[in-house]
Design a protein around this ligand. Structure first.
Ligand SMILES: Cc1cc2nc3c(=O)[nH]c(=O)nc-3n(C[C@H](O)[C@H](O)[C@H](O)COP(=O)(O)OP(=O)(O)OC[C@H]3O[C@@H](n4cnc5c(N)ncnc54)[C@H](O)[C@@H]3O)c2cc1C
Length: 567
């Protein structure tokens, strides 16, 4: 079935669950009226459905390839990207000072969701440019901003992020790429980076690499890392492209999925680079890009899950197999277990979308008001949105294959592509394990204050729903209380014990937030009660088992020795 962009669902969540009106009420985002929000989401939905989605399967079968050291993109990607750039979608949240629209991240995230559902491999290209734009806006000097931001914002040039090296994955501080001053304010960058998404492109005139490297006086570890802009072609002061820089694509990776997205091994051989931000402060600058990208990856997860569910639903409505208990029902959708898979998938997608959009709202409110509370809310929600959204992508895509039965395992059906594409999402932009560790360590360095405020809010929502829906509201309230108690217990644990329980803790947190979102939704629209019931009665109960694991500590895990695992 062709993908249909879920404009209505995104609108509903923004209006009735997340409270987007609060963002639009700030002077900073006063232009984001309901009419404008509707127009933007509708137009992005049309682009996703009509132009991007038809490219998805073709790209899977015709991967990006390397010819004479240059990337050749999948068929149709140049046209698809042009439609994204010409529509102004790359610079939608970028500053108007350099040609952007300055719109809220809440709307941009809804757009990411739809474009990823339509064609994840292509959407990665503008995603990286958007992150780079934000990093430059915050950390680059005026000259770099004036040179790069207009071209990146218009989509004429594209951006990449270069962190990973063979020995430096999650441990970015282990990187070896060197930056040596040239004596004229520029730097010579030398080293190898691996897994660089869209590290080259025949679609954009220039590819601008943000590269992490170490200056000669840089300390060991993350403290000694600096950030550099290293363009493929060196522009003059007016942005006209000049000499080719000393960098090249060594090879492309052969991947499980996202075949249309070239994943490059990059070699920098004394390439000319410009420092972004202060020396040795590269990690802080790169974190701006990574945080932006982490939330966008959450939206990628929701988008792919949506596409996988739509695909499975179409099959379930068509495939006949055995007698069903529903009178007149003739297809597999009327078997209870198939209905369970589809309903659980829909409930999870709603929860993950609501969490991601709540995080986006917190970012918007923080930038519109400067409030530290909103900043802390955004920081807390980012790892939850990323890890839960991307786990849901894999779960739903796997359910999608299951709904198809044997045909799900056959490539022609298309269900398997969603599963293959989704599998990278819990890995890149910080694995979900690293996200969970971030949640229980750095994001709780405030003594859990931001977490407790969020739990309070879920409980207030449950109280408000108690009179009309005592059973469902009571269950959400009790789960939030259990999360509060587990959070207190986690905070009392040594760090490595927290880490041992971080993944189940994050999952339980997401289930509580997701259930709270469903409760809000059904209060706004009673027709949503059935789905809320699936979330609260079938998915939320898992929180108890997850929180029990969260508090269990590390000793029991280390007690299983490596030899025993090998036995
Ligand atoms: C398709 C693709 C696209 C990518 N795009 C980019 C890109 O554009 N730019 C870029 O710079 N990188 C990119 N990456 C790299 C990606 O971000 C890394 O693969 C990821 O950060 C994990 O690093 P790693 O692969 O070295 O795994 P490792 O760090 O070796 O991790 C292996 C396992 O150990 C766990 N682990 C590691 N350290 C810890 C710890 N301290 N505590 C607990 N568990 C730990 C991890 O969670 C994981 O399960 C991409 C990767 C892929 C596959």
């Amino acid at each position: 079935m062709p993908y249909r962009a879920p404009v209505k669902d995104i609108r509903f969540i923004l209006d009735h669950v997340v409270g987007f009106a609060e963002v639009a009420a700030t002077p900073r985002f006063a232009e984001a009226t309901p009419d404008l929000a509707e127009a933007i989401l509708t137009e992005a939905g049309r682009l996703s459905t009509d132009i991007l989605a038809p490219l998805n399967k073709t790209a899977d079968r015709n991967p990006a390839r390397l010819e004479n050291g240059a990337v050749v993109s999948s068929p149709g990607f140049a046209e698809g990207y042009r439609a994204i750039a010409e529509g102004g979608w790359v610079g939608m949240a970028a500053s108007p000072e350099h040609g952007g629209m300055g719109l809220p991240i809440s709307l941009a995230l809804g757009v990411d969701d739809m474009m990823s559902g339509a064609c994840l491999a292509l959407q990665l290209k503008p995603l990286l440019s958007k992150g780079q734009i934000e990093a430059l806006e915050h950390h680059a000097d005026d000259a770099l901003k004036a040179l790069y931001l207009p071209k990146l914002t218009s989509g004429e040039w594209s951006g990449t992020m270069n962190l990973t090296e063979p020995q430096a994955g999650s441990d970015v501080g282990a990187l070896r790429t060197k930056a040596v001053p040239n004596g004229d304010g520029t730097f010579a960058i030398t080293g190898q980076k691996i897994f660089i998404t869209w590290g080259d492109s025949d679609i954009t005139a220039n590819v601008c690499h943000l590269v992490l490297a170490r200056l000669p006086d840089g300390a060991e570890g993350t403290k000694g890392i600096s950030l550099f802009m290293v363009p493929k072609f060196i522009p003059d002061a007016e942005g006209r492209l000049g000499d080719r820089n000393s960098l090249r694509v060594v090879s492309l990776e052969h991947k499980l999925g996202i075949h249309g997205s070239p994943t490059c091994v990059m070699e920098f051989s004394g390439a000319k680079g410009w420092l972004v931000g202060a020396p040795h402060k590269g990690m802080a600058a790169m974190f701006t890009m990574m945080n932006n990208a982490r939330l966008s990856v959450a939206a990628q997860g929701v988008g792919v899950a949506e596409a996988a569910l739509q695909h499975a639903l179409a099959y379930a409505l068509d495939r006949k197999q055995g007698a069903t208990p529903v009178e007149g029902g003739g297809t597999i959708i009327d078997h209870a277990d198939v209905r369970r898979m589809l309903a659980v998938a829909r409930a999870e997608i709603f929860a993950a979308r609501a969490i991601a959009l709540s995080c986006a709202k917190a970012i918007d409110m923080a930038s519109a008001t400067g409030s530290p509370d909103w900043q802390a809310r955004a920081a807390l929600l980012t790892p939850i949105a990323k890890a839960y959204g991307t786990d849901v992508a894999c779960e739903v895509a796997s359910l999608g294959v299951q709904v198809h039965g044997g045909m799900g395992f056959i490539e022609e059906t298309g269900a398997a592509q969603f599963l293959r594409d989704a599998r990278i999402l819990p890995i890149y932009e910080g694995t979900n394990g690293i996200q969970a560790m971030d949640l229980v360590a750095r994001k709780m360095a405030d003594g859990g204050e931001a977490a407790f405020r969020l739990i309070d809010e879920v409980e207030r929502g449950a109280e408000a729903a108690r009179e009309a829906h005592p059973d469902l509201a009571g269950e959400v309230w009790a789960a939030a209380e259990a999360l509060r108690e587990a959070t207190e217990a986690m905070l009392a644990l040594p760090l490595n014990d927290r880490f041992a329980g971080a993944v189940p803790y994050l999952r339980a947190f997401a289930l509580v937030l997701g259930a709270g979102a469903h409760l809000k939704a059904m209060r706004a629209d009673p027709a949503r009660e059935a789905l809320a019931r699936v979330m609260i009665r079938r998915l939320l109960p898992e929180h108890a088992a997850l929180l029990a694991q969260a508090k269990e500590g590390a000793a029991g895990l280390y007690a299983v020795g490596a030899e025993e695992l090998a036995a």
